[in-house]
Design a protein around this ligand. Sequence first.
Ligand code: PHE
Length: 345
Amino acid sequence: MKREDIDRIAAFVGDLKCKTQKEVEEARVRLLGKKGEITALFDDFRTVDRAQKAEFGKALNELKQKALARIEELKGTVSDSGESGAPKADLTMPGDPFELGSRHPVSIVRQEIVDIFRKFGYDVAEGPEIEDDYHVFEALNFPPNHPARDMQDTFFVSAGHPNPILLRTHTSSVQVRTMEKMDVPIRVICPGRVFRNEAISARAHCIFHQVEGLYIDEGVTFADLKQAILLFAREMFGPDTQIRMRPSYFPFTEPSAEVDVSCNICHGKGCNICKGTGWLEILGCGMVDPNVLEASGIDSKRYSGFAFGMGLERIAMLKWRVNDLRHYFENDMRFLHEFATAPEV
Ligand code: PHE
């Protein structure tokens, strides 16, 4: 084998032009077929001097790669009918659609709520999802044997501890951490993921999202709470929205209330979403119990405050009439794409 043989064939490959697929196949056979010129050089390789083996081997491999690449290129550009150079691809075909993602409905609702409360002067506070019993229950005035601490409701990480480690069941724990860290006046909202040991169904899930809020200052009254919730409800559900408060109980607030908004679907006439009542429950709230203030070092004689908390999946359900909580977690593209056109918030 001579160096010239390799160079000659390389020049031939470089200039190779074909008009039809048949010619491409002929060129392939001539170069790389069983009796092809390049194949023959590989057969000759045995006879090359040992000193030149490395150099020739490299040149031969490069030649083979070059020939293969040129043949592939010609295959792709030469049409069957012999119109050399005509691209094989149909350039009039529409392009592949570029799939844009969309925001998750829970994210959309969270952002909307955060924006509303930012306008009212609230800051956003965040805290750990893996918490201790103290911040989730004890500092919030839960009696030692309160059922919410029970294994049935709470996921424990380590239960045997004097201050058990657990997955937070509400973001009220972030409010405790805020009271410990910040000076009064405090005005925060705490969005986040929470965990409860519940069987998964259309109406309940073991993971969901909350936004809770806390406002503490001198002279804060129930009237302030009611006004804040009313303004929020009107921003969220429309200017004609009415609210009503029903007495309720939470260990950390006294008095406590549950808040309903007028049904924005039937406007109070009664429909299957509001189960004929004209009202939809959206949140729990109340005046922060003095014990809770004192536990975090806030003088309950001087300061008072209110707190509220709501579930984002529920608000999104009401907003878009989603009828099954499980949709939020399944990442079914058909469901998620319904929100692609939801207004960017
Ligand atoms: N933490 C309560 C819950 O998880 C909600 C709430 C917050 C109620 C603040 C009253 C005041 O359900």
